[in-house]
Ligand binder design. Structure first.
Ligand code: DC
Length: 220
C-alpha cells in the first residue's frame, strides 16, 4: 500500500492538498484532525473539561468513534451519530488540541489510523503522521504557510460556519494551539527527519504540482 503523510500546522492547507491529491491519485484521504475533534466533542458534551486528563481518560472506554466515507467524503460517526458538521468550531479546535496532548488518547487512536493505512492507499494528514503513525510512509511532507495566509484560511472556514470572529482572534487562537501542539510531550507536531517541506504561501496549484511530482517519482 502507498501512504502519503502530510503534517503541519492548522491553516497551512493540508486538507485542500490532501483532497486534491486523493482525487488525482485515486487514494483515500484521512483527515486525522477530525478524529481528535470528534473525541473533543464527546468530552465537551459529556461535561468534562478537555484539559482534565483524568476525566478524559475515564471517558475513553465509552467513546465509539467510526470513520465512514459517503460519496468519497470522510464522515465522523460518534456513538452512531454523524457529527461531521459539528466539529469545526473554535471551541472544538481548542478542545481537540487539549485532548490530543493526553498520551492515552493518542494510544487509543493509534491503531485506528494505522489499520486504515494497512487497508488503503492513503493520503493521511495530521501532526504526527510522519513521525509516529506511519514512520515508513512512502512520502512525508511537512506543510507550512505564512501566518497571514494560515489565519485567512482559518477565518474563511469559521465565517462559513457562521462564527463571528476577527482575524486577530483567529491569529491568537492559532498561536496558542501551535504552541500546545509543538510543545506537548507525546508526538509533538514537528517535522519527521525525512520530511519534505512544502511551503503553501503562494499559489495552491504550484504546491499541488510540486507534491504530485515528488509522489510520482517515489511511486514509479
Ligand atoms: O488538523 P486539525 O486542526 O483539525 O487538528 C485539531 C487538533 O488535533 C490539533 O490542534 C492537534 C490535534 N491533532 C493531533 O494532535 N494529531 C493529529 N494527527 C491531528 C490533529
Amino acid at each position: 500500500m502507498v501512504s502519503i503523510a502530510i503534517d503541519g500546522p492548522s491553516g497551512a492547507g493540508k486538507s485542500s492538498l490532501s483532497n486534491a491529491l486523493a482525487e488525482r491519485l485515486g487514494y483515500i484521504h484521512l483527515d486525522t484532525g477530525a478524529i481528535y475533534r470528534t473525541v473533543a466533542l464527546y468530552v465537551i458534551e459529556s461535561g468534562v473539561d478537555p484539559k482534565d486528563a483524568e476525566g478524559v481518560i475515564a471517558l475513553i472506554p465509552k467513546m465509539d468513534v467510526v470513520i465512514e466515507y459517503v460519496d468519497g467524503a470522510q464522515r465522523m460517526i460518534l456513538c452512531g451519530e454523524d457529527v461531521t458538521g459539528r466539529i469545526r468550531t473554535s471551541e472544538i479546535s481548542a478542545g481537540a488540541s487539549a485532548v490530543s496532548a493526553i498520551p492515552e488518547v493518542r494510544t487509543f487512536l493509534l491503531e485506528l489510523q494505522r489499520d486504515f493505512a494497512r487497508r488503503n492507499n492513503v493520503i493521511m494528514d495530521g501532526r504526527d503522521i510522519g513521525t509516529v503513525i506511519l514512520p515508513d510512509a512512502t512520502v512525508k511532507f511537512f506543510m507550512t504557510a505564512s501566518d497571514d495566509a494560515r489565519a485567512e484560511r482559518r477565518l474563511a472556514e469559521l465565517v462559513e460556519k457562521g462564527e463571528k470572529i476577527s482575524i486577530d482572534e483567529v491569529k491568537s487562537a492559532m498561536a496558542t494551539r501551535d504552541k500546545n501542539d509543538k510543545s506537548r510531550k507525546v508526538a509533538p507536531a514537528i517535522p519527521a527527519d525525512d520530511a519534505i517541506f512544502l511551503d503553501n504561501s503562494g499559489p495552491f496549484e504550484e504546491t499541488l504540482e510540486k507534491a504530485l511530482k515528488i509522489i510520482r517519482e517515489r511511486t514509479k
